[in-house]
Design a protein around this ligand. Sequence first.
Ligand code: 8X3
Length: 248
Amino acid sequence: MNKTAFITGASSGIGRATAVALAKAGYQLVVTGRRRERLDELAQELAPTSVHVLTFDVRDRAAVEAAAAGLPAAFQHIDVLINNAGNAHGLAPIQDGDVADWDAMLDGNVKGLLYVSRAVLPRMGEGGFIVNLGSIAGYEAYANGNVYCASKAAVAMLTRSMRIDLLPRGIRVAEVAPGMVETEFSEVRFKGDEARAASVYQGVEPLRPEDIADLIQFMVTRPPHVQIAEVVIFPTAQAAAATVRRQA
Ligand code: 8X3
């Protein structure tokens, strides 16, 4: 039987690209997100791969638990969990921060990851693999990043701690921490201000979601005794969170 990967935030960006990569690698998939139509389209695109679509917001603990409890028999054993759902909301000095943005980032990036892990872990066994999507923002503070940086630092530390807690169960836990990746990330951060979002990538060739998916696929397909624990991945034009080479 094919292995099963459970991917949150699969309707776009890194989550979607990872679904495509893992389908190609022979996994059957549970794809989750908030946008049903996009997930259904993805499931169709991935045919003949077996795909189960779940629609929920990772911030809604009851919905997360109900979704995991209701998995059909063929998808009940999870081999790989990709905790990808998450976002940045706003980019403002701490004194001007919007409390709703803070809640959205801490509830989604931190508590959402916890809720999903807690719901899925009873379905994972020896040899399983969890990949948490962190960010360079979890390693380096940058101007106005404050709560987003803190939420991703929490992901880094949760990953390390989960690896220790899950050692007796033989479940591997890893963090992938990207720099600039061109997804809907900046559009969401800047609340649909497309010009501001585009300026982030001005004169730079950012990573593509497929680059991250390629890395994740490599990590989860290593032999059972290999656990790649943490990877920071930048585009060539980036050397640190706020150090970018822009060319005309
Ligand atoms: C995305 C990378 O540098 O914009 O997590 O925070 S950054």
